[in-house]
Ligand binder design. Structure first.
Ligand code: ADP
Ligand code: MG
Length: 292
């Protein structure tokens, strides 16, 4: 039986009155789990709570039989965490940096530490750059370093918060490949506002918005729920306001300079609409629209 993370009724209101988590309950099995939500949804608040860096107002979380909120040291031994921002980019080499982190994580034997660091550098494709400082790295290299430091100590729970934001497509692909090589035995929570991250990598997912869970399950089941309900149409810019008023517009993109709409409707639409095969982006926008 592999390990499971259970989150029950977590709530958090910040001092300024923002309710960042509103009764969040999720069951997260081993494998790659996508936590998808727009900016401000509460993702980082949840990730920091699970990483034992802040307290919720109420609720519980358990990792296997460990109480995440009470047994912080036990969680930290099993945790790898790549925060959304890690502010300092030190001037020491990435090799020395990883060695230092390994020491902090209790790997005290020099030879063992050296081998581990070398293996991790190779695994994250940073070996050729091992003598360079993080301060000179590109965004993609920094994120790969972020994974390398998070994987030291063999975590059972790996939390990566918005790891692909700001990466170019090539860097994003390299990062996906690295993540997908991490075993299915550990829990990996990938928090993101980018639908493709979840589509390409995750077998299970949740959608959150305004601190609330709007969906949890398999991406393909969420897509199947929209079968026959998404309609597409290309319109003139001058028609946009009218369409947004009359229809449940899921998304609106410019294609060839014209608005190209996806519209939600349970019953068939005529008047120039064509059926559209739903995808995860339709799911995401349908769930977070105010008309829903
Ligand atoms: P996400 O990571 O999904 O963008 P966050 O968890 O960062 O969401 O933020 C959720 C909400 O809580 C936002 O409205 C944000 O402005 C607010 N928030 C986050 N951190 C704090 C804080 N330390 N103090 C006050 N409000 C905060
Ligand atoms: Mg965030």
């Amino acid at each position: 039986m592999s390990i499971e993370l259970r989150i029950e009724n977590l709530s958090k209101t910040y001092k300024n009155g923002v309710k960042a988590l509103d009764n969040v309950s999720l069951t997260i099995p081993a494998g790659m789990y996508g936590l998808l939500g727009p900016n401000g949804a509460g993702k980082s608040t949840l990730m920091r709570t699970l990483a034992t860096l802040q307290e919720p107002d109420s609720g519980t979380a358990t990792l296997g039989d460990i109480d995440v909120l009470a047994q912080k040291d036990e969680v930290r031994k099993r945790l790898g965490y790549l925060p959304q921002e890690f502010g300092v980019y030190p001037r020491i080499s990435v090799q020395d940096m990883l060695s230092h982190i390994a020491l902090l994580k209790g790997i005290t034997k020099a030879k063992e530490r050296k081998d581990l660091v070398a293996w991790m550098l190779k695994r994250c494709n940073l070996y050729d750059d091992r003598k360079r400082a993080l301060s000179g790295f590109s965004g993609g290299m920094r994120q790969r370093f972020g994974i390398a430091q998070a994987l030291i100590g063999n975590p059972q729970l790996l939390i990566v918060d918005e790891p692909t934001a700001g990466l170019d497509p090539g860097e994003r692909n390299r990062f996906y490949n690295l993540l997908s090589e991490i075993g299915e035995e550990i829990i990996v929570i990938l928090s993101t506002h980018i639908v493709e991250d979840v589509m390409d990598l995750c077998t299970n997912m949740a959608i959150i918005n305004k601190g609330q869970v709007l969906y949890q399950g398999h991406p393909q089941d969420a897509i199947a729920q929209l079968n026959g309900r998404i309609w597409q149409i290309s319109i003139a810019k001058t028609e946009l306001a009218e369409y947004e008023q009359r229809y449940q517009v899921v998304s609106n993109k410019l294609v060839g300079g014209r608005p190209f709409l996806h519209v939600y409707s349970a019953s068939p639409l005529s008047n120039g609409f064509a059926p559209s095969a739903p995808d995860l982006e339709d799911v995401f926008f349908t769930k977070i629209r105010s008309w829903n």
